[in-house]
Design a protein around this ligand. Structure first.
Ligand code: CO8
Length: 257
């Protein structure tokens, strides 16, 4: 049987691809368990600085596997902590993750993309939370992350109607960072990941933590956290090297310390 995820490293970038083409990369337990395992390995791998998560050239992921969950009962979902037990690894992963989206990112697929730090999309990509049509709700973060990404009224429009949003609207709305011609999105995500991998890893972690604080803390707490992180950068050898290199008009050589 084919692996449900394809995992490899390209220089300092970890590349993870959904691989269930027969069901439009629908996400089942095996996929999320394998994703958690891959992230565990990348987290502790000192040679990996950044991760790209993608599907195929045709589809990112058409959501949670409907056939696999159609008979799920409340008591089982509740007692086994359905979703939380293996979807949250992406949330706790500390290195930057770029989602490269071709085709559709629907339901759980859209929610996984929103758990990434940056979304790049092909200009034929489409996003949506169509769970209402199945009489369930976006329960892997969609009702919380979508309004934070695109605002309340647009998020309401999306989750209540279940309509799809094209890449242009997604980019205008702030869900997607950048759009590219089809066929180029993965290449561009890998190139951006490679650029990040050249920067100081502790600084990337501090940036990710600081920006995420903007979603989780009142402004003054977030500002305080940011200020302390700024102060902490002055304890890094990389900060000395980065500023010395600028003054000496040369390329910095970061040691990630
Ligand atoms: N789950 C299971 N199988 C799927 C899924 C899915 N989400 N999406 C597509 N497939 C399967 C189809 O059943 C079909 O299988 P088969 O060949 O055996 O008939 C195959 O993939 C091809 O699909 P289509 O024939 O439908 O292909 P089209 O090109 O006509 O349409 C679409 C592609 C638009 C992607 C369409 O398949 C579709 O609308 N899919 C469902 C999208 C959806 O409703 N997603 C939301 C799912 S619910 C969810 O994500 C809940 C999240 C809450 C958290 C839960 C965490 C576990």
């Amino acid at each position: 049987m084919n692996p449900v995820l394809l995992v490899e490293t390209r220089d300092k970038v970890g590349l993870i691809r959904f691989n269930r083409p027969e069901v439009h990369n629908a996400i089942n337990e095996d996929v999320m368990n394998a994703l958690s395992e891959a992230l565990d390995a990348f987290e502790v791998d000192p040679n990996v600085a950044c991760v790209v998560l993608t599907g195929s050239e045709k589809v990112f992921a058409a959501g949670a596997d409907i056939a696999a969950m159609r008979n799920l009962e409340f008591v089982d979902a509740y007692t086994t902590n359905f979703v939380t037990r293996n979807w949250d690894r992406l949330k706790t992963f500390r290195k930057p993750v770029i989602a490269a989206v071709n085709g559709v990112a629907l339901g759980g697929g859209c929610e996984v993309a929103m758990m990434c730090d940056i979304i790049f999309a092909a200009d034929n990509a489409r996003f949506g939370q169509p769970e209402v049509k199945l009489a369930t709700i976006p329960g892997a973060g969609g009702t919380q992350r979508l309004p934070r990404a695109i605002g309340r009224t647009k998020a309401m429009d999306m989750v209540l109607t279940g309509r799809l949003m094209d890449a242009q609207e997604a980019e205008r709305s702030g869900l997607v960072a950048r759009i590219f011609p089809p066929g180029q999105v993965l290449e561009e995500a890998l190139a951006t990941a490679a650029t990040l991998a050249e920067y100081s890893l502790p600084v990337l972690l501090m940036l990710k933590e600081s920006v995420n604080r903007a979603y989780e803390a009142p402004l003054n707490e977030g500002l305080l956290f940011e200020r302390r992180m700024l102060h902490a950068t002055f304890a890094l050898e990389d900060q000395k090297e980065g500023m010395a290199a600028f003054v000496e008009k040369r390329k910095p050589e970061f040691r990630h310390r």
